[in-house]
Design a binder for this molecule. Structure first.
Ligand SMILES: Cc1cc2nc3c(=O)[nH]c(=O)nc-3n(C[C@H](O)[C@H](O)[C@H](O)COP(=O)(O)OP(=O)(O)OC[C@H]3O[C@@H](n4cnc5c(N)ncnc54)[C@H](O)[C@@H]3O)c2cc1C
Length: 508
């Protein structure tokens, strides 16, 4: 029987995994990618021989077929096992992260540590009246002083709203069963076993040339197996007829082209997918698409001499008064990411497309980042030799009031109106997915297409799952924790004045 012809939208981890799984079983596949590189958010960016990644992508998973897939694509020489080191910068001091009691005490000093304990005891005697929000909930369990040190600043930077507007239920999930007492016990006692993911990811896998290396290799193998991967080719329209999608129209270097399809696997933002439908989706579904919002991400990558840098893979910046949220040291991720004698520090800013920082010209951002880095005392003045800026729109699907219902409206309509259109991945499903879960949705989808199975990809990562940053260390780095559960991100309030963000096509 002839194999179905599939168009895959997006050459990120989800799209390329789907393409790989289909082509390895000899099914014809065309991948179309709007950007000029593969890898999506998991790409490697290269500028003048310096390589960096969007955030810092650890390859870790509990899904064995994902693990096997990665090892099938890259040999151990290319897929490095790297040690993890990360710390928290707070007011000029660096705290080990995950926290260790001895180190925390040393950093705080006896006086400040006593103040923290006092503030904790005070919170036990007089707990905050309102514990429905993040601030109240965490202060009740750690005391206001530690809350300000370890939770407030970073969380607010990542989500861009005051911690009093974040609902407590997210904290309750992320930092469950935790209080100062439990944190101290956890920090003092040796780690149990080697099986929990938190300890596993003290070492993590990382491709020699950054995460994009995995996806460049994947694209190569897709092409070798007879598929195609077209860059700078964006899907504009998904044509539907008689209860199915029949074709997509793409806009590429050679102009517009219509591609007939038996199946469409879509990792483009689900809101944009709805808007691409022709004939248009019903008004209620378009309205639901209009409700979905995103948070965007900007990296200022600064080159410094190796000796002027620090040994960490990354440092969380909890110090108030600077906008940078986290700083990656790409030379520590893989020595081959950087040129001889230097390293590249990636200053991460959590932004909204079009806001002041996003719109600042690159040279000014490089100067701004350099000034923040020097102010933090992380490099000596004058050591930055050059810098680059990368903007990544739609890095985070936002969970706000009503997002779940909106996704459900879209999901139901797609299943009924175009059952051969398969949403996969992160923005493809408006899910806070890591690479592994994005890939798993694609693997299951390939089976649904070729074997007629009925896997429910929407149930991937709904169940109890692992937490990258561990629910037990208390530093609450949930914003970039990327745990992979549906609730790795907090539900944030919808802006009262601004209309829902208009969807813009990704530009990388
Ligand atoms: C700061 C940060 C840190 C992260 N850290 C980790 C980590 O440590 N480990 C980990 O596993 N994951 C991490 N992630 C998550 C990881 O980046 C994503 O899970 C993964 O890239 C999602 O893959 P995807 O294919 O679903 O989507 P994407 O990577 O978003 O790829 C989608 C692709 O579709 C393309 N596209 C969109 N619209 C169109 C269109 N109309 N036509 C054609 N193409 C289109 C886009 O250009 C893009 O290339 C992190 C994410 C961020 C933001």
């Amino acid at each position: 029987m002839a194999q179905p012809h599939t168009v895959v939208i997006g050459a990120g981890p989800a799209g390329l995994t789907a393409a790989y799984e289909l082509t390895r079983r000899h099914a014809p596949v065309e991948v179309v990618e709007a950007d000029d590189v593969v890898g999506g958010i998991s790409r490697t960016v290269e500028r003048e021989g310096w390589r960096f990644d969007i955030g810092g992508h650890r390859f870790f998973t509990k899904v064995s077929r994902v693990e096997a897939f990665w090892h099938e694509l890259l040999s151990d020489d290319d897929f490095l096992l790297r040690p993890r080191m990360s710390r928290i910068h707070y007011q000029g001091r660096l705290f080990d992260y995950p926290l260790r009691a001895g180190n925390a005490l040393k950093n705080l000093g006896v006086l400040e540590a006593s103040r923290c304990v006092g503030s904790y005891l005070w919170a036990r005697v007089r707990p905050p009246a309102d514990q429905t929000h993040f601030e109240g909930w965490v202060s009740a369990r750690f005391g206001a002083r530690l809350y300000r040190m370890l939770f407030k600043t970073y969380t607010e930077k990542v989500w861009g709203i005051p911690a009093t507007e974040l609902q407590a239920d997210w904290a309750a999930q992320r930092i469950r069963n935790l209080s100062l007492g439990a944190a101290i016990r956890g920090a003092l006692l040796p780690k149990r076993g080697g099986n929990d993911v938190t300890s596993l990811i003290e070492e993590f896998r990382y491709p020699r040339l950054g995460p994009g290396m995995m996806w460049e290799r994947c694209a190569e193998l897709v092409v070798k197996a007879g598929g195609t991967v077209e860059l700078e080719t964006a899907v504009r329209t998904v044509h539907r007829e008689d209860g199915r999608a029949v074709a997509v129209t793409v806009d590429g270097p050679a102009g517009e082209r219509r591609i007939a399809a038996d199946h469409v696997v879509s990792s483009m933002p689900i809101s944009a997918l709805v808007r691409a439908m022709d004939p248009p989706a019903p008004a209620a579904v378009r309205d639901a698409a209009g409700l979905l919002r995103y948070r965007d991400f900007l990296t200022v990558a600064l080159v410094v001499p190796t000796e002027a840098s620090f040994p960490d893979n990354w440092i969380y910046v909890h110090t108030p008064g600077v906008k940078v949220g986290r700083i990656q040291n790409f030379g520590a991720w893989s020595p081959e990411m950087v040129r001889d004698g230097g390293t590249c520090l990636g200053l991460e800013y959590f932004v909204n497309e079009g806001d002041e920082l996003w719109s600042t010209p690159d040279p000014e951002l490089v100067a701004f980042g350099t000034a923040e880095l020097e102010r933090l005392g992380l490099v000596s003045p004058g050591s930055v030799t050059t810098g680059y800026v990368v903007r990544m729109p739609k890095a985070y699907p936002v969970y706000d009031e009503g997002y779940g219902e909106a996704v459900e409206v879209i999901r139901r309509w797609l299943a009924e109106a175009v059952p051969n259109v398969h949403p996969v991945g992160r923005n493809g499903m408006h899910r806070y997915n890591n690479q592994d879960h994005s890939m798993l949705t694609a693997m299951l989808t390939a089976e649904n297409i070729l074997d007629g199975t009925d896997h429910d990809v929407w149930s991937v990562n709904v169940e109890e799952d692992y937490h990258e940053e561990g629910g037990s260390d208390g530093a609450g780095h949930s914003g970039t924790g990327q745990s992979g559960t549906g609730r790795a991100a907090p539900v944030v309030p919808r802006p009262r004045t601004a209309p829902p963000a208009e969807d813009r096509s990704p530009t990388g």
